[in-house]
Ligand binder design. Structure first.
Ligand SMILES: *Cc1c(COP(=O)(O)O)cnc(C)c1O
Length: 392
């Protein structure tokens, strides 16, 4: 073994010994309520395809037709020759959808967060983030030269103290809308008040609220009816409820032009395939119009929570399709995940460093394509698990 590999292997061995080793599962089907894994069907309770659009026929057709017209690759970055009329149309529709003057497509949500934070802040600035924010936001904060501070989860007092002590010229408060591993929501109204009081800017990553919350799927910002003055920087992803791929930032003309000029993860990367943008246009139409998907999801969430309560399961308080079952023992989380897999169910087994140590959980996610019966099957399987802390 080379000396590099010996050093790497030691760290890998340690990770395995800590029960934190990650591995992948090969999925032989598209993303739906059932997945083909190792030659058998398993029920899918771990995807972020909340509205069940990832395999929708209209979206597939749009992708196929656009591939025939525009090919596969965009061939270049947006600022060279990669920006097609389809990207432009999607940006205009996303702006209208979010009620913002403009929107800008990024290749992934990770890149959107890195790029937006770093275009907005530099030395002498302050970034304040909820401690449970998504890794891409935290990484964006670390990469920036700004003073990077975290506040306790949804803790307005703590945030306010940090704002009071700052003399930074630009101050950015950043939060998930719906928290990705917890399913709870940020108090955006109050956060926007604090931002206004301290002359700070508010950025909301609504990766998990978009499509699911709000009368037309406009996310937490639509549900709470928050204006661009209250939430000047709005980020959304397209690989979750939209069932396609990519992400966007929506906001003012000046914000979007700033990102085009200064956001390195926007400038120095290949534009999304135009066919993906065309597929997302088809998806956006379904997100806005098919309200029954949100209604059904709300119904299924209630059904799941009632079933879980009946068997004495400890669920985190969440009204969203993200339903974490907290298992404080991080090792037991991995074992429970494996037992469920053996029983024919895939759920997210989430442990550190994705979540703080000792807060491992099964991250169960629901989709509008699930049936009540499938949820009942999951409840039965959860009931068979021998979990520490059960029914406390
Ligand atoms: C998934 C996710 C992202 C990253 O989006 P991708 O398009 O998958 O890169 C960013 N923020 C949050 C809160 C997410 O859940």
């Amino acid at each position: 073994m080379s000396s590099m590999d010996a050093i790497l292997q030691a760290a890998l061995d340690q990770r395995r010994a800590e029960h934190l080793y990650r591995s992948r599962v090969n999925i032989a089907s598209g993303c739906g309520p059932t997945l083909q894994v190792d030659g058998r069907a398993v029920l899918n309770f771990c995807s972020n395809d909340y509205l069940g659009l990832a395999c929708h026929v209209d979206i597939r057709r749009a992708l196929q037709q656009a591939a025939d017209q525009y090919g596969t690759g965009s061939g270049a970055s947006h600022l060279i020759s990669g920006h097609s009329v389809v990207h432009q149309a999607l940006e205009e529709q996303l702006a209208e959808f979010t009620g913002r003057p403009r929107a800008l497509l990024f290749s992934t949500g990770y890149m959107a967060n890195l790029g937006a934070i770093n275009a907005l802040l530099g030395r002498r600035d302050l970034i304040l983030q909820d401690q449970l924010n998504h890794a891409s936001l935290l990484d964006g904060g670390r990469l920036s030269q700004a003073d990077f501070q975290r506040y306790k989860h949804n803790d307005l007092e703590h945030l306010q103290q940090r704002l009071e002590h700052s003399s930074a010229s630009r101050k950015l408060i950043v939060t998930d809308g719906v928290f990705s591993m917890d399913g709870d929501v940020a108090p955006l109204q109050q956060l926007s008040q604090r931002a206004a009081a301290y002359d700070a800017w508010l950025m909301v990553d609504d990766a998990h609220g978009l499509g699911v919350l709000g009368a037309t799927g406009g996310g937490l910002v639509e549900q709470l009816n928050l204006s661009i003055e209250q939430v000047p920087v709005l980020m959304g992803t397209l690989g979750k409820s939209f069932g396609t791929f990519g992400a966007f930032i929506a906001g003012s003309e000046a914000l979007i032009e700033t990102l085009i000029q200064f956001s390195r993860s926007y400038i120095y990367t290949t534009a999304l395939p135009p066919a993906i943008a065309a597929a997302t246009l088809a998806s956006l139409k379904l997100v806005r119009e098919e309200n029954w998907r949100r209604e059904k999801l709300t119904h299924l969430i209630g059904h799941f929570r009632r079933g879980a309560a009946q068997i004495g399961m400890l669920l985190a308080p969440s009204d969203t399709p993200i339903q974490p079952l907290l298992i404080n023992n991080d090792r037991a989380v991995m074992e429970a995940g494996q037992q469920l897999r053996d029983a024919g169910f895939m759920v997210g087994a989430i442990r550190p460093p994705t979540v703080p140590a000792g807060t491992g959980r099964l991250r169960i996610t629901l989709s509008a394509e699930h049936s009540e019966q499938q949820i009942d099957q999951l409840i039965d399987a959860l009931d068979q698990l021998n979990l520490p802390g059960r029914g406390q």
